[in-house]
Design a protein around this ligand. Structure first.
Ligand code: GLU
Length: 508
């Protein structure tokens, strides 16, 4: 048990949680649980312009659905709260001041128009404008302006931003648990904005301050944040927190099914698969995006699929329940290269996870599909059905199409099958079989099997032809599970009745 392992999932509530984000949450959760640590949810909502109503609830519900419930968070509370950055506003200013005082940051008063003009002028020369150590000397900021003028601007309410001051020509050395050592020259970095005069920090400042105040030991997040790492590491150093700096692990991208580029919402729309855990109803556009839950996926299957996007157990094992993932998970086994998302494989995972469920636990789900189709039957009957149907479905909603004939006689007969399987002598043989079944005392699958096989061999009929014709009479088509199971479930009277009705119908 390591009380000191504290990790956070820090989404911004700007829309639904993409499955890439869910995977980040999962890896944080697994790492925390594996190490007896704490999994924290922190809502990074400092950018009010991108705030989307309902997104926080959506994130929390998604985590709950997957069983990744945080130990500390906006709902649970905890000793390091509040867990929404909008409720922590006051402290960011204090830390921005600290950086100003130590000379690691400066006020900048350049207006958006002035910056646009500069950008344009650079563009016209075929260059890119970067607010950095070369440029800042010629801009309107507290490094170029006399102290009293800076004071005056601040007291008179002139809008400003606080920028980080990178020392030029420094090698910034960083360690990443996935990528190893990463080195970046500070001369390639811009003086990022940390704080704005509206009293709001930017992501970078709030993120680093909170990771420190929440005693985060490991930052596990998507690769898209790797370019921010030099700034974050520099912030830790500027605050004098280098010895408290968390370890970083940047997770590889989840790639499109083609393997080229990052998986996007558009890919889901094009390929007809969800990229969100739950259905999302966009409050602005009214657009509804499908979710894994609503499409009939089990949370365990989603989690299993996501775990293997980027992490590799080092064995051939592919099926994992959450508890096993916790046992096996190691950050060291997260690879560097992106993982291709495979929607078909996700269906396979769902199929496998249905097989992993105990039959008795599937009874209520089966019952509910049957009820939806107006079949009301005892749990004990459904319990007989579960082991027969379970291997045949990828989704619970497929229960009906795989099992309706357990409850209803076919009202039509597949003509293609009739043509192929129904020979001149078939009705006679079927009648003979019906007669034999009528006399069958105990109608278990084994008894029926013995009897049917006996009739076939005594008459020297072909097994395949008989079974095909019999199936046609009981199911109306050339599909369905083992006939002996079906017959036992239906019972003698129903079987014989279906056979005779079927013979008459087909002969019409
Ligand atoms: N708020 C950032 C996000 O939306 C957090 C990134 C991080 O984990 O540092 O993903």
């Amino acid at each position: 048990m390591d009380q000191n392992t504290r990790v956070r999932f820090a989404p911004s509530p700007t829309g639904p949680l993409h499955i890439g984000g869910l995977r980040t949450a999962l890896f944080n959760y697994l790492f925390a649980k594996k190490n007896g640590g704490t999994f924290i949810l922190r809502i990074e909502d400092t950018d009010q312009t991108r705030f989307v109503s309902g997104a926080e609830d959506y994130i929390i519900e998604s985590l709950d659905w997957c069983g990744l419930t945080p130990d500390e968070g906006p709902r649970q509370g905890g000793g390091f709260g509040p867990y929404r950055q909008s409720e922590r506003k006051e402290q960011y200013q204090r830390y921005a001041m600290q950086l100003l005082e130590s000379g690691h940051a400066y006020y900048a008063f350049d207006t958006p128009e002035e910056l646009d003009k500069m950008r344009k002028a650079y563009e016209d020369r075929g260059e890119t404008f970067v607010y950095d150590s070369r440029v800042r000397e010629s801009m309107k900021n507290s490094l170029t302006m006399p102290g009293p003028e800076v004071e005056e601007k601040i007291t008179s309410g002139t809008p400003y931003v606080i920028r980080f001051r990178f020392e030029p020509d420094q090698e910034i050395l960083m360690q990443d648990m996935v990528r190893g050592e990463v080195v970046v020259s500070s001369s390639t970095l811009d003086d990022k904005i940390l704080f704005k005069s509206d009293g709001m920090p930017t992501y970078h400042l709030a993120n680093v301050v909170d990771d420190n105040l929440m005693a985060i030991s490991h930052v596990i997040r998507g690769e898209e944040w790797l370019p921010s790492l030099p700034l974050h590491v520099s912030l830790y150093r500027a605050f004098g927190w280098e010895h408290l700096m968390p370890k970083f692990a940047h997770l590889p991208l989840i790639l499109k099914p083609t393997g080229k580029g990052k998986l996007s919402k558009r890919d889901g729309e094009k390929g007809g698969f969800p990229v969100f855990p739950l259905e999302w109803n966009d409050p602005d556009s009214g657009e509804i995006s499908p979710g894994y839950r609503e499409e009939g996926y089990l949370p365990g299957a989603c989690i299993n699929m996501l775990a293997l996007l980027g992490w590799n157990p080092g064995t051939e094992q592919e099926l994992f329940l959450l508890d096993e993932l916790i046992k096996e998970f190691q950050l060291e086994k997260v690879g560097k290269s992106g993982s291709r998302f495979d929607p078909e494989k996700t269906k396979w995972f769902n199929h496998q996870h249905i097989q992993l469920m105990k039959d008795v636990d599937l009874v209520p789900a089966f019952q509910s599909v049957l009820e939806d189709n107006e079949v009301h039957t005892d749990n004990s009957r459904v319990a007989l059905l579960v082991p027969i149907i379970k291997p045949r479905i990828n989704f619970i909603y497929e229960v009906w199409e795989e099992s309706w004939f357990f409850f209803q006689a076919p009202d039509s007969f597949d003509q293609a099958v009739v043509k192929k399987r129904w020979k001149e002598d078939t009705p006679g043989k079927m009648e003979q079989l019906a007669l034999a079944l009528e006399g069958c005392e105990s109608f278990t699958a084994e008894q029926v099997e013995t009897l049917v096989k006996d009739v076939i061999s005594r008459n020297e009929w072909g097994m395949g032809a008989i079974m095909n014709a019999w199936r046609l009479l009981l199911v109306g088509a050339a599909k369905g599970p083992g006939l002996f199971d079906l017959a036992a479930f239906l019972g003698r009277d129903e079987v014989v009745k279906r056979m005779r009705t079927g013979i008459n119908e087909i002969m019409k």
